[in-house]
Ligand binder design. Sequence first.
Ligand code: AMP
Length: 254
Amino acid sequence: MISIIKSVAEWKELRNSESLKNKTIGFVPTMGALHEGHLSLIEKSKNENEITVVSIFVNPTQFNDPKDLEKYPRTYEDDLQKLNRTKTDYLFYPSHNELYADKFRYEINEKEFSQILCGAHRPGHFTGVLTIVMKLLNIVKADKAYFGEKDYQQYLLIKGMVDTFFMDTKIVPCPIVREKDGLAMSSRNMLLSKQERILAPKFFEILSKEKNNEEIIAKLAYSGFKVDYVDEVENRRYAAVYLGNVRLIDNVKI
Ligand code: AMP
């Protein structure tokens, strides 16, 4: 059975105890509503470390839209079952007060790459992400932490933060896990209506097939997506679209 840790003090004590002090630790931060994408990160951590810690925390500071935060899926019981099936050692499941005793007076800002792509469309999003990841990495003190390439901009920003602040945890990127029809797995996919779910795979299909941004934007719009952005940065094409109220992101190497 997985051990559930809710307080920072409890984890710190355990981390310094004889049972964990000399073990290699892999860490997978998540916002829950776990799916095969998350499980692939856990699998990689289990293969590369003696102990695997998963965190579940729906981080309010990274949601620029309060409605998005409110409807974000929360499936705690189901998540626990999945974590037990994967034989994850520890779940770190802190309360808001535990992580934001400062009431978000302190934050981590990046001034350039966080301002484009998703950053341009979700003001403050990456500040929230970097702040919470900094806190979690400092608490867990893992040897390695695993992040999905599904959120490639996020991965690059976190890697940059860890390098910049000489943090000790190695950031490990993990490939995007997709449904059979190509749709990148995401906790938000469960919010799609039946009709939207049928249309959703066209997002990746168009993004990976077409050669230029204008063409992709036109085809996505024609297919029924509301395009947030499609943009190329350093040999990678990033895109975000809406299907109804649900925001989907994806990226492909070019
Ligand atoms: P989230 O719970 O959405 O914050 O995601 C937690 C971690 O899982 C992040 O590092 C994501 O990039 C990663 N992740 C989410 N979906 C996928 C996916 N389809 N494939 C690979 N990694 C993913």
